[in-house]
Write a protein that binds this ligand. Structure first.
Ligand SMILES: Cc1cc2nc3c(=O)[nH]c(=O)nc-3n(C[C@H](O)[C@H](O)[C@H](O)COP(=O)(O)OP(=O)(O)OC[C@H]3O[C@@H](n4cnc5c(N)ncnc54)[C@H](O)[C@@H]3O)c2cc1C
Length: 486
């Protein structure tokens, strides 16, 4: 009989792993505590407005394509992809920078801001492409078991790029602070400050300027729907409203899980829930990492999010909009160095209905507002409202329009919701940051060192935060399980 594996959670990493494991012949069941699948990438539909609750930037289309290709499918079998043009807009206090959908346009925009900057830009992006080829096609596909995985001909000859930071590399080539912010933005997806992120991670800049920003028609949840449909077609059983309360261990090996009070026997257990939470489902002696260990890690930010329905079309906006009209260094200090609510936060807004009319009722706009904040901050209705007022006022002034009177409704999501909805450690939004000391083999491991048959996947383990890394994490853990358990 095929071996049975129980998977905790139904985020991108769990769904990815479930597909690979089912294809390899395992009897796979997914247990999700919430009433819909998708984890941090769930969907909110209200009064005809469609919101992606979490991720909205579709970067690295090659990784999504490769995932579906592994099952002889293509993204186009499930959803329609549009390349956004322009990709996004950045609002500074006195200027707006528009990032086009190919290098020539982006170079023109750089020249407009800093004469002569297109030459170093092309050089920087060529190097970023070199990093992308190595990182995405070689390094990232390793399971983080040993430091030697990082030692390859390609990485050894570029070792300096692991010790220089993105911040120093960008500042060496560009002087204009707006261009510096523009080039530092992509590594924020890795969850740490650019001054703490190795320059090798400039592959994110190639993802941005080289590969472009895409939108699946209907929103990011279309990817989750596609993966659920693929998983079910491969025989995976998916159970929602199924809270996993305990991982059962006998003689050092997993025997199953307790779901809503019922014991489900299984040969292996894989958790795609946040790693810290997953270990709390074990008796203490079986946990690998202490509370002190987690407390010392650099976590990616949490977020204060607003999902807003507007009763009119808005002006001067694009699908993706960054508001960098305040000092990033001060905001970053409030996230990483001295965690507190930021005085003048940067924020991000997306309006998917600008390019995808199905995402809002006719002549309306669907707005998603995000302020990155430190995990673990106090979260009250008063603070949420205070910060909504701050950003909506700035939004009105920078986009030159009144919108407050056009709000039909607004829902919010913050630290307390990340904890209650996803069992997230300190309410982090994007998992554990990818810094030099928290990369590859230095991240929490895919396989438990203390319990046989117990595995982990997702944004707190390898390769790290983000949707594409979560897809890869699911693949890596499935390969590891197959290698160890056959
Ligand atoms: C606001 C926000 C914006 C983001 N923006 C982007 C973006 O633009 N682009 C990008 O690439 N990435 C983005 N990300 C990151 C990306 O969404 C995540 O990296 C990815 O979705 C994480 O997937 P995962 O499988 O690791 O975890 P999750 O999605 O968190 O899945 C874990 C699942 O486990 C479930 N669970 C927890 N405990 C239990 C239990 N005891 N029993 C059963 N189930 C349980 C949870 O409910 C959840 O469904 C964003 C994230 C957030 C929050």
């Amino acid at each position: 009989m095929n071996k049975a594996i129980s998977i905790i959670g139904s985020g991108f990493s769990s769904l990815s792993a479930s597909c690979y494991l089912a294809k390899a012949g395992y009897n796979v069941s997914v247990f999700e505590k919430n009433d819909t699948v998708g984890g941090r990438a769930r969907q909110l539909i209200k009064d005809g407005f469609t919101f992606d609750i979490g991720p909205s930037w579709y970067w690295m289309p090659d990784i999504f394509e490769k995932f579906f290709n592994d099952f002889n499918k293509s993204t186009s079998d499930y959803y329609e992809l549009d390349k956004l043009s322009p990709a996004y807009k950045i609002f500074f206090s006195d200027e707006v920078i528009t990032i086009g959908d190919h290098m020539d346009q982006i170079c023109e925009e750089f020249e407009r801001i800093e004469s002569g900057s297109s030459k170093p830009l092309r050089k920087f992006i060529a190097q970023a492409q070199d990093h992308y080829d190595i990182a995405i096609n070689k390094v990232v596909l390793k399971p983080g078991v040993s430091p030697f995985e990082l030692v390859t001909k390609d990485t050894v000859t570029r070792v300096d790029r692991f010790f220089k930071t993105i911040s120093s590399e960008v500042r060496k080539n560009f002087k204009n602070p707006k261009l510096i912010s523009t080039l530092e933005f992509p590594v924020l997806f890795l969850g740490a400050k650019p001054s703490q992120t190795p320059s090798f991670y400039s592959f994110m800049n190639f993802a941005d300027f080289g590969l472009g920003t895409w939108h699946p028609k209907g929103g990011m949840y279309e990817i989750i729907k596609a993966m659920k449909s693929l998983a079910e077609s491969l025989g995976v059983k998916i159970y929602t409203n199924s809270n996993v309360e305990k991982i059962h261990v006998e003689n050092g090996r997993t025997k199953g899980i307790i779901v809503n009070g019922n014991f489900i026997a299984s040969d292996m257990v894989l958790s795609g829930a946040d790693y810290h939470h997953s270990e709390t489902l074990l008796d203490k002696k079986y946990r690998q990492y202490s509370e002190a260990y987690w407390d010392k890690r650099t976590f990616a930010p949490s977020s204060l999010l607003f999902y807003v329905g507007f009763n009119k079309k808005l002006k001067n906006i694009e699908h993706h909009n960054l508001f960098f009209d305040t000092d990033f260094e001060n905001h970053a200090e409030d996230i990483y160095d001295d965690p507190k609510w930021p005085e003048n936060p940067l924020f991000y807004v997306n309006f998917p209905s600008v390019t995808d009319e199905g995402m809002a009722p006719k002549n309306c706009e669907t707005g998603f507002f995000l302020i990155p904040i430190a995990p673990g901050l106090e979260d009250t209705p008063e603070l949420r409202q205070q910060y909504f007022d701050i950003i909506i006022n700035r939004f009105e002034s920078l986009t030159h329009q009144h919108v407050k009177d056009s709000i039909l409704f607004k829902e919010s999501f913050c630290v307390n919701d990340f904890i209650s909805e996803y069992n997230s450690y300190k309410g982090n939004a994007y998992g554990m940051a990818n810094t030099l000391r928290q990369t590859a083999f230095l991240r929490p491991k895919l396989k438990s060192k203390k319990v046989d048959g117990l595995y982990f996947t997702g944004q707190l383990t390898v390769p790290g935060p983000g949707v594409p890394p979560s897809l890869i994490s699911g693949k890596l853990v499935a390969e590891l399980i197959h290698k160890n358990e056959v």
